[in-house]
Design a protein around this ligand. Structure first.
Ligand code: SF4
Length: 333
């Protein structure tokens, strides 16, 4: 991977290490940035600290390697690739957002054709491209579109979305007919389509192409309803508590367990760091699961699980506390 595709803020990295007098740094990167780990580790070493690169998966800003850092006696965590989500952690943590330097214009121009049926367009992106949203806005405006960018979140940049936080997009959803998502991969635009229920076109600057997410979103919504129906038949449930710092929702887990028991069924709490079918396979008694951790594991990995794994919101549909239609209105993520 070419380091010049991303602004790694290498100078700031060295300065932070020196300024804080860090002795042992745990360096954490999402898989997409791991090819740059050695380069960043060298900067930490040159700044006078020893460094350990976390080889564990890292999926989001929620996933700060606190437990790992404690085990390794690290006095500073450097977390790349995400916007700051967690504050006042037991071990000082510095987030580096790693903005992409790649131009977005070509992909956005290709999206114009797919956006033809709609005039009022909402713009959304990940942290990597927030600084390029203005360029995207100009292209859309020149094509005669009325462009909206949501700015309703206290932690996100204007227009930015996370896989589990579409606050900015939802804030403008009423005012737009469709969304243009700028960024790579299907994960974020798919979430945008599922949570706003609006047509979504993605402009991928890494691949220089644009495509629609509508068919995928419709298919996933059908699957989610089928999973809820299947889970309804279960008598014994596993309620999953995520161990990653930003995914731990103990109170919600106890609450949904109680609700299931009030409905005359059995529920047991299970703690997990990585939620995979492999990890669940040995729990033969559980016929369905409620996942109180990252909702995208339930939605995006559904095909990998042998039993239904509902999100917390879907669990309340199953329990009859909220209707499916209301959930779609409020956003399934
Ligand atoms: S909870 Fe899931 S979607 Fe949200 S930031 Fe973490 S990994 Fe991403």
């Amino acid at each position: 991977m070419r380091g010049d595709l991303f602004n790694l803020e290498e100078e700031r990295l060295g300065e932070e290490i020196k300024k804080r007098g860090a002795k042992r740094v745990l360096l954490q990167l999402p898989d997409g940035l791991k090819p740059l780990a050695a380069r960043l580790a060298s900067i930490v070493e040159r700044a006078g600290a020893s460094v350990i690169i976390s080889g564990e998966p890292c999926y989001g800003a929620c996933d700060v390697a606190l437990a790992e850092a404690k085990e390794l006696n690290a006095d500073l965590i450097i977390h790349y690739g995400h916007t700051m989500m967690l504050r006042d952690l037991d071990i000082p943590t510095i987030y580096f957002e790693a903005h992409a330097e790649i131009p977005v214009e070509e992909a956005v121009r290709k999206a114009i054709d797919l956006l033809k049926p709609w005039r009022r367009i909402g713009l959304a992106t990940t942290v990597q491209h927030v600084k390029k949203l203005e360029a995207a806005r100009r292209i859309l405006s020149s094509a005669g579109k009325e462009v909206h960018v949501g700015n309703a979140s206290s932690i996100l940049h204007p227009g930015q979305v996370l896989g589990c936080d579409y606050t900015n997009a939802r804030a403008i959803s009423q005012n737009v007919e469709a969304f243009l998502f700028v960024g790579g991969g299907r994960f974020h635009p798919l979430g945008l389509a599922l949570t706003t229920m609006k047509p979504v076109v993605a402009a991928d600057p890494f691949e220089g192409r644009a495509y629609s997410l509508d068919a995928d979103a419709r298919r996933i919504l059908r699957q989610r309803w089928a999973e809820i129906e299947e889970a309804r038949k279960a008598e014994t449930y596993g309620v999953i508590i995520g161990l990653k710092p930003g995914q731990k929702r103990l109170r919600e887990a106890f609450r949904v367990k109680n609700k299931i028991e009030e409905a005359g069924k059995k529920a047991y709490l299970i703690s997990l760091r990585e939620i995979t079918d492999q990890m669940l396979r040995n729990f033969r008694e559980f016929e369905a699961y409620i996942n109180t951790a990252c909702p995208r594991i339930s939605i995006d990995e559904a095909a990998a699980f042998r039993q239904p794994v509902l999100t917390l919101k879907e669990a309340y549909v199953m329990l009859g506390e909220i209707s499916w239609e209301k959930l779609l209105e409020k956003g399934i993520i």
